[in-house]
Design a binder for this molecule. Structure first.
Ligand code: FES
Length: 156
């Protein structure tokens, strides 16, 4: 059964005063669940819903809309490769093929050792340095196959 930690319950109380409506707590609560659990389960959405005065289905809609929310386990190094226009025009396909070859997995998959998972996402907000990927919370820009090799080696 999911419950927020006592520390997170304190944070929720503090957050309430920052927003005009409890509904606005939805995104911070989902982040909090993910930080606490690693992923966001249906059970956690049900537990979080009363804090933001929304039905659990609304939290589900939000969590499934934004790709930064993890509904299933990912690798220790979760790679999110941008697939939007600037990155697509600047070689995203070559980068994706290289990542898939190097990791031996496809999009939406995780390596058997759980070290890497691969996903394609919409714009990461760094279009001027395309192609771009994010590994956990860190952006890697101006990607080339050689740069991918260096990044993966550093994570080994
Ligand atoms: S299009 Fe890739 S970061 Fe914006």
């Amino acid at each position: 059964m999911f419950t927020f930690t006592p520390q997170n319950l304190q944070k929720i109380e503090a957050l309430k005063s920052r927003y005009p409506s409890p509904n606005a707590l939805a995104l911070p609560l989902l982040w909090m669940v993910q930080e606490q659990e690693g992923t966001i389960s249906l059970e956690a959405m049900e537990a979080a819903a009363p804090f933001c005065d929304l039905p659990p289905i609304e939290l589900y809609r939000i969590a499934t809309f934004y790709t930064m929310f993890k509904l299933a386990p990912t690798g220790r190094h979760h790679i999110q490769l941008c697939k939007t226009l600037s990155c697509a025009l600047c070689g995203k396909a070559e980068i994706l093929a290289h990542l898939q070859e190097r990791l031996g997995i496809g999009v939406g998959e995780m390596t058997p050792d759980g070290r890497f998972s691969l996903e394609q996402v919409e714009c990461l907000g760094s279009c001027g340095t395309a192609p771009v990927m994010q590994i956990n919370d860190v952006n890697f820009e101006n990607l080339t196959p050689k740069k991918i090799d260096e990044i993966l080696k550093a994570l080994s």
